[in-house]
Design a protein around this ligand. Structure first.
Ligand code: SF4
Length: 218
């Protein structure tokens, strides 16, 4: 028998099933919590921190996509503290990453009033475009590090394990093991990474060539 739990979200009582996340429970009653890294096709990771909410009894903001609903929990999804946190995430992302093809981020910048010039002058991630195979182009200057491509390449779908996080802190990036060209990895060119990428960082080679008629990807 499915066990139910009851929680309160923005003063509304919600009944959901044990194991559901706060993001699931809020969505079920029409409360929209913004996300960037979350994709229902992938296991949630709480990486981007856009979905942070306040939970009574918790000192720190909690990522709704990975926080399980428990009996009696009280959640607030909008407050000055939450807006400030979401805005800061967007401002830091805008300072380091090319968001021109991440419509969700651009929409949330407009909605929250994030100041994309707040951290102007800081380091930017501008690695060279990688075109090492006849199928895909990887432009990690646009990567928001959502991790979806890594997940579908691994346990969420393909079990190929061709890519993963590399580096630490600001220098974290998606890479093949030992930086090998994709044809020298376990990549099977299924294209699922391209399908889940929300930022234009991964594209079919043909799409890239149509956008860049002046020359091949370097
Ligand atoms: S390449 Fe795309 S899917 Fe992969 S982590 Fe970056 S933004 Fe996410």
């Amino acid at each position: 028998m499915t066990e139910t739990v009851h929680l309160t979200i923005n003063r509304l009582t919600v009944e959901t099933t044990r194991g559901a996340t706060v993001l699931d429970a809020a969505g079920a009653i029409g409360i929209d919590i913004p996300t960037l890294c979350y994709d229902p096709r992938c296991a949630p990771n709480g990486l981007c921190r856009m979905c942070v909410v306040e939970a009574t009894g918790a000192r720190l903001l909690q990522a709704a996509c990975v926080t399980r609903a428990v009996e009696g929990m009280t959640i607030t999804t909008e407050s000055p503290r939450i807006t400030r946190a979401r805005r800061t995430v967007l401002e830091m992302l805008a300072a380091s990453t090319d968001l021109s093809e991440t419509p969700d981020a651009l929409a949330q910048i407009a909605e929250t009033g994030a100041d994309i010039a707040r951290f102007a002058g800081g380091r930017e991630r501008r690695p060279p475009v990688v075109a090492d195979n006849p199928m895909f182009v990887r432009d990690y200057a646009k990567c928001i590090l959502c991790w979806r491509c890594v997940q579908v390449c691994a346990e969420d779908a393909q079990y190929a394990f061709a890519i993963n996080f590399d580096g630490r802190g600001f220098d974290t990036q998606i890479a093949t093991f030992f930086g090998k060209p994709l044809p020298e990895t376990t990549c099977v060119f299924c294209g699922q990474c391209v399908g889940v990428c929300p930022s234009g960082a991964l594209k079919p080679l043909r799409a890239w060539e149509l956008e860049h008629p002046d020359g091949p990807a370097a």
